[in-house]
Design a protein around this ligand. Sequence first.
Ligand SMILES: Cc1cc2nc3c(=O)[nH]c(=O)nc-3n(C[C@H](O)[C@H](O)[C@H](O)COP(=O)(O)O)c2cc1C
Length: 183
Amino acid sequence: MSQYEIAVVVGSFRRDSLNRKLANAIVKLAPSEFSFKTLHISDLPLYNQDDDASQAAPVKRLKDEIAAAQGLLFVTPQYNRSVPGVLKNAIDHASRPYGESAWKGKPAGILGASVGAIGTAGAQQHLRNILAYLDVPTLGQPEAFIHAKEGLFDEAGNIGPDSKKCFQHWMDQYIAWVRQHAG
Ligand SMILES: Cc1cc2nc3c(=O)[nH]c(=O)nc-3n(C[C@H](O)[C@H](O)[C@H](O)COP(=O)(O)O)c2cc1C
């Protein structure tokens, strides 16, 4: 049985999302005591503070799943130099009501792939800012600004041979970070 369950948050709903593909591929580089569950965020309503006292069922489910996890893995595209709205919506939902955030203290890692050359650097910096406010200890190094190019994945959807060493190093550091910070 896995000792560490990681909640994965993918910031794209796109059918052929590169970031979902990246999330699915990178978790295969983790050791067997780690299991990964992608959080379902596409059925969340748009956040409205009026609903804080009676959060919708998908919001309660999201918060329960985060609470049950020992760590977080964010894999997100960059939209217009920041995080996609769907990701921010999920973060806002699970941060409320005030004082009852589900995110607090959960160790996190951030990855992101983009067809653009800056490889989600802008989105990741904004996400770090949000997570710092929410008291989420976030792995600083190595950063992973992925410029998605031919060969990033092999035909089976695994990380391709040229990038494997680099991603394995990222995963090893992430695993150490979660072990160090998980309560
Ligand atoms: C609304 C929108 C804004 C975008 N803004 C950026 C951007 O600021 N920088 C960038 O490199 N790519 C940007 N892109 C391109 C995305 O990186 C690209 O669509 C990527 O494949 C999205 O991730 P996904 O494949 O996981 O859905 C944008 C795409 C969309 C739809």
